[in-house]
Design a protein around this ligand. Sequence first.
Ligand code: MN
Ligand code: MN
Length: 482
Amino acid sequence: MKISNSIFIGLVSLALVVGAIGCKKDKSIPSLTTVEVTNIEATSATSGGTLTDDGGATVLSKGVCWSAQENPTVEDTKTDEGSGSSSFTSQIAGLSAGQTYHVRAYATNSEGIAYGNELVFSTSATLPAITTTEVSSVTKTSAVSGGNVTGDGGSEVTARGICWNTATNPTVDNFKTTEGSGVGSFSSTMAELTAGTTYYVRSYATNSVGTVYGNEVSFTTESDLPDVTDNDNMMLGNPSEAVASEVYANNYLMVKSQYCLSYNNSKETMNWTSWHLYSGDLGSAPRQNDFRSDGTLPSSWYHVTSSDYQYSTYGFDRGHMCPSADRTATVADNSATFLMTNMIPQAPNNNQQTWGNLEDYERSLVDSGNELYIISGPYGQGGTSSVGTFDVLASGVVVPSQTWKIIVVISNGDNDLSRITTSTRVIAVIMPNTQTCNQHPWSYYRVSVDSLESLTGYDFLSNVPADIQNVIEASVDNVSVK
Ligand code: MN
Ligand code: MN
């Protein structure tokens, strides 16, 4: 079939016109819908766009945009999924927990920008964020800390405060404070703490999701121990609360650099003598033997002389409490042990044998790495020497019926008082001031400190915390000794 030229030209013209009309009709902004939001977490979610029409022009950019406000635009936060007319998935990130968001897909072409339908979703809430404040104002029984709630996790903080315990990782089930609600910083005081104890503290904050804890801080309350000096001769205390005043004539405190004592002017002996013994006390100074009166006694009191003991008449040694052999670092130290205020009338078999063996044992403990705190004294009246039994010497010196001693043994070190524990070795003895004392070794005469306290009325080891005293004073040393 032949078609005329005019008809052919007419069809071509129609096609061009239709084509031109068709091209003009196809160009518009794209059409798209927003993909349902899924995978909603605290700070992220998934959406995207389904392109239903590219508007007859190349899609130049596409993605999703979101905001806490309605009708988000590309001026808000958005993703960029590149060009082309394919549908797409977008990861929405950087969201805040517990927040409502509006999201729309978008696509642009040469004709402009198109938005899909708006969807609304809410991120899930999380735990709050909190830090713990450094501990300050530490006393024996209190301390101050606090916290700073830096974020509520998208859910109101309904409780906050600090919690503490003597073990790590304290929780609100331990001790705690409550300090209001909401975000921000707060201060909090811990009270009714135990002195000299290490605590662990954390801040906490609670919202609908749960309770979160801040970083842990540890601190130690001030010590309840008395302010004592290591190696002080009276570090363990003043058993009779002796006073350095002449008014206290029978409980007169005398402090020497080599030893301390409570002097009894009626007995003309000490009530007790207290000293520290460690390797630094043991040197090469020879025994001075310079027995003499103690010029530091009040001048109006009787001063026992080196000859008052009248050995040939009574038969008692001038027995040291702080031994000569415990003070050999210098000549002066050794000489100080020969003051008559350091002496009691002591039966020779007590002094030179049973008692002396214990003194040797003490120094052997020092030689094996220990330091000792020692308290000793006379008790009662009436001792027996090889000459006979005597209550008092001519000058008035009372002859004791027994001699007692307490030795606290700790390994060499610092902060001695704090190192005395319920397992510290304490040796206490009381032995007769007689010539038959040596029928038994010194270890036979071991007793508890409690029994010596009952006997003397003194409180020994009074600087040691009471709960530790209770334990170490009740037991009797049973370490096997030769
Ligand atoms: Mn002696
Ligand atoms: Mn005590």
